[in-house]
Design a protein. Structure first.
Length: 100
């Protein structure tokens, strides 16, 4: 049963070892996968998380599609400039776009 379905056959799906999945089961599985996908998107969009990369840098997840990875001295330099960055953003707000 655990095999993924591959080919549509009439109103059923052909699964591993000749098993068939009824339309109701296919629709239920599709709904479950959509809900799981939405939950992953929400978690990705709402939380920032960090981990140490393979090379010993700090990777920050949750800001965009890919993590932002910098070494600790780079993070310290960036964080020390936080007020300067905030001021720059305020001064250039009209030219900057907002990603939602």
């Amino acid at each position: 049963m655990g095999a993924a379905c591959r080919l549509p056959i009439g109103r059923q799906q052909l699964c591993g070892k000749g098993e068939r999945m009824a339309d109701d089961d296919v629709q239920a599985e599709l709904a479950r996968l959509r809900a799981e996908n939405e939950a992953l998107k929400q978690r990705r969009n709402s939380a920032i998380s960090m981990k140490v990369s393979e090379k010993g840098a700090v990777s920050v997840y949750g800001l965009g599609r890919f993590p932002v990875t910098l070494y600790q001295e780079q993070w310290r330099k960036l964080l020390a400039s936080a007020d300067e960055i905030k001021t720059f953003i305020e001064e250039n707000r009209a030219q900057l776009k907002v990603k939602e």
